[in-house]
Design a protein around this ligand. Sequence first.
Ligand code: ADP
Ligand code: MG
Length: 597
Amino acid sequence: MPGRIVILPDDLTNKIAAGEVIERPASIVKELLENALDAGATDIEIELRHGGCESIRVTDNGAGIGPEDAVLAFSRFATSKIYHFDDIYKVRSFGFRGEALPSIASIAHVEMVTKQPGALAGVRVAAEAGNIKEISEAGCPVGTSVFVTNIFGPVPVRRKFLKSEQTEQGHCLDVVSRLALSHPAVSLKVAANGRQILNIPATNAPDQRLGLVLGTDFLDQMISLAGKRDGLTLRGFASLPSLTRANTKHIYPFVNKRFIRDHLINHAVMTAYRNLVPTKRYPAVVLLLDLPPHEVDVNVHPAKMEVRFRDPRAVYETIVECLAGALSGVPSQPAMQAAESLPRTPHTFPLSQYHSRVEEALKRYTISSEVPQTNADTAWYVRESYPAKNYHTAQAEEVAATMSDIVLSEYKYIGQVMDTYLIFASADRLIMVDQHAAHERLIFENLKNKSHSHIASQRLLMPEVISLPPRDYSFLMDCLPLLHDCGFEVEPFGLNTVVVKSLPSLFAKLPPQSMINDFLAEFVEREGASLDEKKDKIYAFLACKAAIKANHKLSPLEVAALVKDLDAIPNIASCPHGRPVFLAHTLWDLEKMFKRR
Ligand code: ADP
Ligand code: MG
């Protein structure tokens, strides 16, 4: 039986990182779901109307609340989860501040129906704009159902900050998917506007839920990892280096089942993947870290999305060792006992390889007020690099100013160096062109010029069906018209799947699945931009994908074609991301550099 609800005394509430802000429907879903999980529910149903903007209902079969406590639950700082400040370092529950229900009730109408096991009847409490409106006896099953309506009704200005219903629904599904992943034994169902859109049965294998956050293309390319060190246990899944994403959003760390964002953990993951994935590509990793509650402070962030580890080094090292071990086919190291389920094998991963990276990461992680010490080494670096950097910027600016009058075809093509830079010269000028940036700019301009009509698209011989994480699916639905304008033909194809029928002609050769995934990685959370800004970003994205890469040999004929196209377009001194396309040195510059002047 859960403990009674009490209102925390002032001296305690002053110490907790309070200030829960209900930003959007997904914040409500998160709080209600966490309450249901804290109450030991094994079966949870979520109903959303209009992406959760109109109403949200979360029904659980958890421990319920007694009739005397049901009203108290709506008071600020009323909680049954801690009684003393130190309890924060003992609890394993999501909640402990007693803020969620009153915060939700202050911006919406909330009706809660709840019953404890063995009670004769349940109780119904309704609250709105911070006031209790109704308390009555209710016939209901054991558990709790919270129905939230008139969301942001009392604060209409907040409604203006909401995005489209699809986008808000995407955020809600994101919350559900993450909690589903860290609670495999709990069954979850989500209905949207009366139609079931997710049915996640209980399982004892967390890997069965990986597809919820990662999409299904990863599933057959994940390796599992497990390790233990002192009180810390790590289980997880990591993508083979052959499959990468465009950003770190597919690194999912859970600390005691709580999804968090953490630089240190991302850093540890990238250290383990160092030299295995190309630069600017990132793996998909799910890490389920479990450590004694006193080893981790969850009271640092109102939404509890950040935590602080008492021993960050141990966490960092455990992740790197475990992950690097798994990636090199070595499941365990002597510094870590193998988890029970894994065979013991000798240690081969050299710790020394990443010690300096640990130091570097820890420095950044501990946001201390200490001024970093300048030792002789860094002073040397600063002194050497400063003029060079300045020089480079000055050059880029000068080039941007004068480049529009350069006609490349009037220069002699000297050759390609490092398979990346094209060198041109005239009697008094040396020009270096970054082949990727140049081609990218060219495609970008072409796409922009064509944007009044649709960009040419090419039908795929075999339409490709792609299954997406529910959150990504919702976002993609929102982008369909925009995608269509950019030459993609993508249609919904049943539960969280889409069918890709055409791609912009530029990419007919690229795999549709990776195109769509990279597109999502780039755009899913980029909200708020105007349609034109979004379009420009999509063009830049497409241009970058389609452009000749660095480290790619070009024949003189290809260079000639590129030069011709570049000359046809004015104003191409920088790539769509703002990097310079050209660097130019005049004879004067060269003579200065060689100290002839
Ligand atoms: P917190 O979770 O931080 O304690 P909340 O405002 O979310 O604060 O909830 C207040 C209290 O109401 C909880 O401590 C718990 O006792 C009770 N409660 C809320 N939701 C549920 C639920 N679904 N099942 C059982 N008890 C609940
Ligand atoms: Mg709570």
